[in-house]
Design a protein around this ligand. Structure first.
Ligand code: PNS
Length: 160
C-alpha cells in the first residue's frame, strides 16, 4: 500500500491545493493532507480551523485523511510510515525552494520519495497569500477557494 503525504500551511486551502489533492489521491492508496503547526508564524486561521475547512472542502473523499504535524516533515513522514511526499509546482520560481526542501527531506529520510505535480494552468497564479490579500482589500475571491473557505475568509477579514 502506497501512502503519500501532501504537506502545507493551507492558510487557507485554495482551489489550487484541491486540484493537486484530487490528482494525487488517484496516484496513491492513501493521501494524508498534513497541516503544519508553525509557532513562528501567525496564521489567519488556527490549525483546527484549517483542518476543518480542508475536510469540508474535500467532502469525505474516500482515500484522503487530514492531519497536522509539527517539527520536521521528514520525521512526521517516517512516524506515519508514508512512502511519498507530494508537492505542487506552479512556476519556475517555486523550483528553487522546492528543490532545496526535497533534497533536505531526502537527506533526513532517505526512504521517502518526493513527487511533484505541475499545477493546472488555471491555478498557476494562485496562492493562499494572494487570496488573503485580495480578500482583505475588497476583491472578489469567488472561484479561487471553495465556498466554505470564501465565507470564513470574508468573515475573518471583516467583510461579513
Ligand atoms: O504551504 P507551504 O507553506 O509552502 O508548506 C511548506 C511546508 C509545510 C511543506 C514546509 O515548510 C515544511 O515541511 N515545514 C516543516 C519543517 C521542515 O521539515 N523543514 C525542513 C524542510 S527543508
Amino acid at each position: 500500500m502506497k501512502r503519500a503525504v501532501y504537506p502545507g500551511s493551507f492558510d487557507p486551502i485554495t482551489n489550487g491545493h484541491i486540484d493537486i489533492i484530487k490528482r494525487a489521491s488517484k496516484l496513491f492508496d492513501e493521501l494524508i493532507v498534513a497541516v503544519l503547526v508553525n509557532p513562528a508564524k501567525t496564521p489567519l486561521f488556527t490549525v483546527e480551523e484549517r483542518m476543518e475547512l480542508i475536510k469540508e472542502s474535500l467532502n469525505n473523499m474516500p482515500n484522503i485523511k487530514v492531519d497536522n504535524f509539527d517539527g520536521l516533515l521528514a520525521h512526521y513522514v517516517s512516524k506515519i510510515k508514508a512512502d511519498v511526499i507530494v508537492r505542487g509546482l506552479r512556476a519556475v520560481s517555486d523550483f528553487e525552494t522546492e528543490f532545496q526542501m526535497a533534497l533536505m527531506n531526502k537527506r533526513l529520510n532517505p526512504d521517502v520519495e518526493i513527487v511533484f505535480l505541475m499545477t493546472s494552468y488555471e491555478y498557476s497564479y494562485l496562492s493562499s497569500g494572494v487570496v488573503k490579500e485580495v480578500a482583505r482589500l475588497g476583491g472578489d475571491v469567488s472561484g479561487l477557494v471553495p465556498k466554505c473557505v470564501e465565507v470564513k475568509l470574508l468573515e475573518r477579514v471583516g467583510r461579513r
